[in-house]
Design a protein around this ligand. Structure first.
Ligand code: SF4
Length: 302
């Protein structure tokens, strides 16, 4: 049964073959960690756990070539994905230095750039517009919640309006954007999470990455968890929230992810079902099948 508009399938159709997205470290920092906005970062942030790419020290092209060498027997199309930290945080010359060499690599069909909504100036947007004419470009923006109260509580350091504004600017150049959101922040009601879905459905956001709030060792969330100020979602509750969220999105919005995974070795504390990704996805799909729940079912155009 069809569940949602899968990004993986979209890429396969677009490029005529399975495409592997390869996480790389671009060596950028983040204004929410380097003291510009704050030094503490988002309360859930631990890039070492969120992305093995954050630990790589080679230059991005060397990282990419090394990974392609290991998987080239299986895949013939690749999208380098600058994932950890904020990969538009720097002058355009620096962005060029990091991005451009990746495009020359054989069988690279595009580039994905992960960043924050407050890391753009006019030059950056113009450069990305130029880049998008030369290759497939996807810009991934952390939003997490469409409520400023939550963004303040988790120390995001940017506003919901900043997110909406950069999405509109990039969409004006037909650049694909992806919103990252999480379900299960402390203080968020079910209704607030559904408001985030409606907010995204009303913007020219091309794709959405959704996952559960996880408690990772060494993050500020670990302390809140120990103080019983965060209660991680159990799998049935998460599945229900996720289905309701998907039902409110537009049918055309691409779904990049429906669950995140980590391991105890990488510092996962809770919820422990996060360590069993394929089992969790099967569980979610089975529940969607049983109840005929599909993306866009309750989308209302304004
Ligand atoms: S924006 Fe990303 S890298 Fe920066 S503090 Fe937040 S989660 Fe960490």
């Amino acid at each position: 049964m069809y569940h949602y508009n899968s990004y993986r399938q979209y890429l396969k159709k677009k490029f005529g073959t399975a495409v592997l997205k390869i996480p790389l470290s671009g060596g950028f920092s983040c204004p929410n960690r380097d003291g510009t906005k704050s030094s503490e970062g988002c309360l859930f942030c631990d890039n070492r756990s969120f992305s093995p790419a954050a630990l790589r020290e080679e230059n991005p092209k060397a990282q990419l070539l090394g990974i392609i060498d290991k998987v080239k027997h299986k895949y013939h199309a690749f999208i380098p994905y600058l994932q950890p930290f904020s990969n538009t945080y720097g002058p355009v010359e620096r962005l060029r230095e990091v991005y451009e060499p990746l495009l020359d690599v054989e069988n690279v069909v595009g580039i994905a750039i992960g960043t924050r909504p407050d890391c753009f100036d006019r030059d950056t947007v113009e450069y990305l517009a130029d880049l998008s004419k030369r290759t497939y470009l996807s810009v991934e923006l952390g939003l997490q919640s469409a409520h400023d109260t939550t963004l303040i509580a988790i120390n995001r350091g940017h506003t919901v309006n900043e997110f909406a504004s950069i999405v509109e600017k990039l969409a004006a150049y037909s650049i694909e954007t992806v919103a990252h959101v999480m379900l299960g922040f402390p203080g968020e009601s079910d209704q607030m999470m559904m408001d985030t879905a409606r907010f995204l459905a009303g913007l020219p956001v091309s794709g959405v990455k959704i996952h559960q709030v996880m408690i990772i060792q060494g993050t500020a969330f670990e302390k809140l968890y120990n103080d019983r100020k965060i209660l991680p979602l159990d799998l049935d509750k998460y599945t229900d929230l996720l289905c309701r969220f998907l039902e409110l999105l537009r049918p055309d919005q691409l779904i990049h992810r429906i669950v995140a995974d980590s391991t105890i070795e990488h510092g996962l504390i809770a919820p422990l079902w996060s360590a069993e990704k394929s089992k969790t996805i099967s569980h979610i799909h089975a529940l969607m099948d049983a109840n005929q729940r599909v993306q866009g079912r309750f989308f209302v155009s304004k």
